[in-house]
Write a protein that binds this ligand. Structure first.
Ligand SMILES: Cc1cc2nc3c(=O)[nH]c(=O)nc-3n(C[C@H](O)[C@H](O)[C@H](O)COP(=O)(O)OP(=O)(O)OC[C@H]3O[C@@H](n4cnc5c(N)ncnc54)[C@H](O)[C@@H]3O)c2cc1C
Length: 269
């Protein structure tokens, strides 16, 4: 078996040089790398000595260093907004030891179909900061869709506007410790008993994630007491892959029912 070359950069400049090399991969929490076939990988860049493990919350923006773990994000956001959408998404994710290891950078780069993180970041219009072959701030949605952006580049942070959304997250799980089959992230703005803006992202569909624009159009400008869960259900038409889920049609129906329920609960509380 080929030996893996481990690198331990202490500065971003060193990490940047390393990440530009072919077949040398960043190592965040290692929870995804553990499961993947590393044949063809020459080296790993162990990132833990880089100063990328802080959460900075200002009035306008939240910036999260890529080495923050799920647990770090939950405990930092709890200080200013215990019901922040990211705290809601991540607190039921995986289990305690894993939440202490899984990093934000590794989770964005990997984007597994059960990701509890990505729906919220896409809904929040987050931007990733990259160094290496690509450098600067890029919309997280572009990072997910454009494989050139991931190539030989290191995520150093993710940031998004700090705005006052009403928010909720739903995970479709069979047992408490399951990875979700799909999950919903809903952000709403309510003004004078009407929905003024909405963003709805489903993660786990055949295309990894789907923005439910038909439901957003239904909600926008609608009075709260005119919102009907059955009408929301009818607008949900999602394609799920059969490989992880026995019955994609069942998942679509369940996704519609749960979305209707969560939106009604959000606007009534
Ligand atoms: C049993 C189990 C259950 C899980 N359940 C859930 C769950 O319910 N919900 C959930 O959201 N997640 C869950 N996860 C976590 C998820 O599957 C991934 O393992 C995790 O998101 C990867 O993050 P990491 O920091 O460990 O990345 P790593 O394993 O370190 O890396 C993953 C990939 O990202 C790259 N990478 C790492 N850091 C960076 C960076 N800064 N910039 C660019 N590329 C980088 C690596 O090279 C690699 O290709 C679970 C994991 C396990 C093992």
């Amino acid at each position: 078996m080929k030996e893996l070359n481990w690198n331990y950069p202490k500065t971003l400049a060193d990490a940047e040089k390393l990440v530009r090399q072919e077949n040398v991969l960043p190592h965040g929490g290692g929870t995804g790398l553990l499961l993947r076939n590393l044949t063809g990988v020459d080296g790993l860049i162990e990132l833990s000595q880089l100063a990328l493990r802080s959460v900075n919350v200002t009035e306008n923006e939240v910036e999260i260093g890529s080495l923050c773990t799920y647990a770090d994000v939950i405990s930092e956001l709890k200080k200013t907004d215990p019901e922040h959408i990211l705290a809601q998404c991540l607190r039921h994710s995986a289990n305690t030891p894993l939440r202490n290891r899984i990093t934000i950078g590794g989770s964005i780069a990997m984007f597994p179909p059960w990701s509890d993180l990505m729906g919220a970041l896409i809904a929040l219009d987050a931007k990733v900061t990259l160094i290496g072959e690509n450098s600067g701030d890029f919309p997280v949605e572009d990072y997910v869709k454009d494989s050139n952006l991931c190539k030989n580049s290191l995520i150093t942070a993710v940031k998004f506007h700090n705005s006052g959304w009403r928010s909720a997250h739903y995970r479709e799980i069979r047992t408490k410790s399951d990875m979700p089959v799909f999950n919903h992230t809903v952000l709403l703005k309510v003004e004078a008993d009407k929905i003024s803006e909405s963003r709805i992202i489903v993660v786990g569909t055949a295309s990894k994630f789907t923005r439910l624009t038909a439901v957003e159009d239904y909600l926008n400008s609608r009075k709260i007491d005119e919102i009907k869960p059955a009408e929301i259900e009818k607008l949900v038409n999602l394609k799920f892959a059969g490989s992880r889920i026995d019955d994609p049609d069942y998942s679509n129906i369940k996704a519609g029912i749960e979305l209707g329920r969560m939106i009604v609960q959000m606007v009534r509380t």
